[in-house]
Design a binder for this molecule. Structure first.
Ligand SMILES: [Zn+2]
Length: 80
């Protein structure tokens, strides 16, 4: 039993931490990162839940073209 638990623990550590929520710029259509899904939220990694956002959206600046835009929760896409 102890060995099983230990193997599972090692397996968790090998999970690549590449997942993130991305938004698509309204101006240049480039995708940019809104937030990372970290290993500390492993449940989120496997069953990603969209992060909460205010109902009227958030102001984000595109790192590619510098355009400010209003973004909404439904525009978030999951990227690994
Ligand atoms: Zn842009």
């Amino acid at each position: 039993m102890y060995v099983l638990c230990r193997q599972r623990f090692v397996w968790w550590l090998r999970v690549p931490v590449m997942a993130s929520w991305v938004l698509e710029c309204l101006n240049c259509n480039q995708k940019f990162e809104y937030s990372k899904i970290s290993a500390s939220g492993l449940i989120n990694y496997f069953q990603p839940l969209k992060p909460e956002m205010p109902p009227d959206g958030v102001q984000m600046q595109c790192p590619n073209c510098g355009q400010n835009g209003q973004y909404f929760r439904h525009q978030l896409t999951y990227r690994t």
